[in-house]
Write a protein that binds this ligand. Structure first.
Ligand code: SAH
Length: 337
């Protein structure tokens, strides 16, 4: 087992199981996350005998950065995992701090027609330590701390529920990496049973839903998952999530030229979302190898935006960056296969 995938609660259980005091877990967390110390020999308040035992039971490896590409305000990292698989993560420099977009799976099974990441079918889930490791390895590389995390890289996070939840617990733990729940965003194409589970957990993270279409016909064309969970059920699940958590939900909507960017789609979307505690994040489409899709022109984006505003829907347009190095939404792993 890798130490970076263990929640504090589980590490306490481990110490109890080896007849040690629970608070040792806290001490280990302080070394790993508050001091960001990776070398257990430096854990000076832990006896040698226990250090040896821990070393025997856990690995301390972080994923290896094998390539780094830099663009204005964005860096993309290619990681090599222990079994030879590769994933990517993206660092973004905002005026409010540094955020990292982490991957949750090797490949993805959701098959959204406009997304590059889904070209590679899911090979496996990432373990929690491999998600925690993306953050720590990037911090080590850039010698700066990360302030916020978006789970929007390769993979469908709710299709890897348990590992993703442990990951969130570890980075959110005030004695762990201590990233506030409101600085953590999970984006999903809408796996309803898992959204329901998440709503019961009572964690205050941001939930973003990849909606991308205002009706079933269109959504099923571009997102196969819609054939499993229809739009009206998804909207019901979002309402349930909002009612349970009292949190505003983000609706992501990628604008595809001539497909879902017409003014009647904006009205239909406004109608669908009316009265819900949501805000719409319009995403200008990033070019991929899916040549059948193109970015909406500026005029259509503006009109879509204004129509939603007129209909009293909270709306923003996602800042575009990273496309020069294929680091933008939906572009990860399009070149490094
Ligand atoms: N599987 C998750 C998270 C990964 S994608 C999900 O579906 O939400 C993060 C966001 O980027 C999603 O909203 C996704 O639909 C969007 N996206 C995918 N391809 C894109 C592209 N080519 N241009 C812009 N956004 C894209």
């Amino acid at each position: 087992m890798n130490i970076y995938g263990i929640t504090r609660e589980n590490l306490e259980k481990y110490f109890v199981s080896i007849n040690e005091k629970k608070f040792k877990a806290l001490q280990i967390f302080e070394w790993l996350y508050q001091k960001r110390e990776n070398d257990i020999e430096k854990f000076s308040n832990i006896k040698k005998e226990i250090r040896d035992k821990i070393k025997n039971d856990f690995s301390f490896n972080l994923p290896t950065i094998i390539k780094k590409e830099i663009d204005t305000d964005v860096e993309k990292f290619l990681f090599l995992l222990e079994d030879g698989e590769k994933i990517e993560a993206v660092l973004m420099r905002h005026n409010y701090g540094l955020s990292v977009c982490v991957s949750s799976e090797v490949g993805c099974n959701m098959g959204c027609k406009f997304c590059e990441s889904g070209r590679l079918k899911k090979v496996r889930n990432l373990k929690s330590y491999e998600m925690v490791g993306q953050i720590l390895a990037i911090e080590k590389e850039i010698k700066e701390r990360i302030n916020s995390v978006v789970i929007m890289g390769i993979g469908e996070p709710l299709d890897n529920y348990d590992n993703v939840i442990d990951f969130i617990k570890i980075i959110n733990d005030p004695k762990g990496i201590s990233i506030g729940a409101r600085h953590i965003t999970l984006s999903t194409c809408g796996l309803i049973p898992k959204m329901d589970l998440l709503s019961e957990l009572n964690i205050q993270i941001n939930l973003a839903i990849s909606l991308h279409a205002p009706n079933d016909e269109l959504r099923s064309q571009i997102m196969p998952i819609n054939k499993v969970y229809h739009l009206n059920e998804l909207i019901k699940a979002i309402k349930n999530y909002i009612a349970k958590t009292n949190r505003r939900v983000t609706i992501e909507y990628v604008l595809l030229k001539g497909i879902n960017d017409k003014i009647e789609h904006a009205y239909e979307l406004a109608n669908l979302l009316k009265g819900m505690n949501v805000y719409v994040n319009l995403i200008p489409y990033n070019e991929t190898n899916h040549l059948e899709f193109q970015k909406s022109d500026k005029k259509s984006i503006d009109l879509f935006y204004q129509t939603l505003q007129k209909e009293k829907i909270n709306v923003t347009v996602r800042k575009e960056f990273g496309s020069n190095i294929s680091a933008a939404c939906g572009q990860l792993r399009s070149k490094e296969v």
